[in-house]
Design a protein around this ligand. Structure first.
Ligand SMILES: NC(=O)c1ccc[n+]([C@@H]2O[C@H](COP(=O)([O-])OP(=O)(O)OC[C@H]3O[C@@H](n4cnc5c(N)ncnc54)[C@H](OP(=O)(O)O)[C@@H]3O)[C@@H](O)[C@H]2O)c1
Length: 255
């Protein structure tokens, strides 16, 4: 099995890399922090090509794809997991740059990751494209307008892609995690319901991918909450979230 994963230097992506390595998969690992990728690859007992790049750079992903295919062949699974989450407020002029960066990484990053693999998968007539969205994309969360909007866009984009790909044998799986314990959530000071270990989440994600699920929320308890969230009317949503805690504004060096 060949698996290509973006955002593999930490959190969910790293846990997925470790999970698939235990299954004996050959890996392609993408992130910006090359030292973390090198350390991870050195710990895995499987062939692993590392690509230190930014998913905003479509050309870099095209080159990484070509290199991976030339070395190992067309992957069976491509997981577009790289993403960022920061608090943003529309009233703050300096947050405009953050809005742009979050949308580019969390939405265009998916397109840049999948696009170069589609021709090879199409020719072979098989393959799985997996996008990591979020429960935050189901309804707008206060203080996280950019993140919620990016994940809502990711969910809709992945659905369009899923329908487009169905006739050519490519399966598209949308995974919407709730709260998973990673560096992304370690900074949250509020209570996170159903917080799940990243290793356990990765195993559940892999199971959903091999079952060719179209849309899955992990953990399942959050799935029920997400179903409820989807259907409550706007006035009730506004009332329920009137005092909701907001994601912290963090450093800006990631832009
Ligand atoms: N943890 C949760 O509770 C949760 C819930 C819902 C959805 N998610 C989603 O799950 C995915 C993984 O998040 P995580 O919790 O594992 O967070 P994380 O530990 O912060 O990992 C994020 C990964 O994305 C990579 N990344 C970020 N920006 C990138 C860029 N421009 N180019 C290339 N790689 C980039 C990071 O690597 P570098 O910094 O080295 O580039 C890192 O490997 C994200 O899409 C996130 O939105 C997480």
């Amino acid at each position: 099995m060949r698996v290509f994963i973006t955002g593999a230097s930490s959190g969910i992506g790293e846990a997925l890399a470790r999970y698939y390595a235990r299954q004996g998969a050959t890996l392609g690992l993408v992130a910006r922090r090359s030292e973390l990728l090198q350390t991870l690859a050195a710990q895995l007992d499987v062939p692993a090509a590392i690509y230190a790049l930014d998913v905003r750079d479509a050309e870099a992903l095209t080159q990484a794809t070509a290199d991976f295919i030339q070395k190992y062949g067309v992957p069976d699974i491509v997981i577009a997991n790289a993403g960022v989450s920061r608090g943003t407020l529309t009233e703050s002029q300096q947050d405009i740059a953050a809005f742009k960066a979050i949308m580019e990484i969390n939405v265009l990053g998916l397109v840049h990751t999948f696009q170069p693999f589609i021709a090879g998968m199409k020719q072979r007539g098989s393959g799985s494209l997996v996008g990591i969205a979020s429960v935050a994309g189901i309804r707008g969360l206060p203080g996280a307008g950019a993140y919620s909007a990016s994940k809502a866009a990711a969910i809709a984009y992945l659905e369009s892609l899923r329908v487009e790909m169905q006739k050519i044998g490519i399966v598209v799986t949308t995974i919407a995690p709730g709260y998973i314990k990673t560096p992304m959530t370690d900074v949250n000071t509020y209570r996170m319901p159903f917080l799940m270990d990243a290793g356990i989440a990765a195993a559940k994600m892999a199971k959903a991918i091999s079952a060719k699920r179209r849309f899955v929320v992990i953990p399942w308890q959050m799935g029920w909450l997400a179903r409820f969230m989807r259907f409550i009317p706007p006035f009730l949503w506004d009332w329920a979230l009137r005092n909701a805690p907001k994601k912290a504004h963090l450093d800006w060096d990631w832009l």
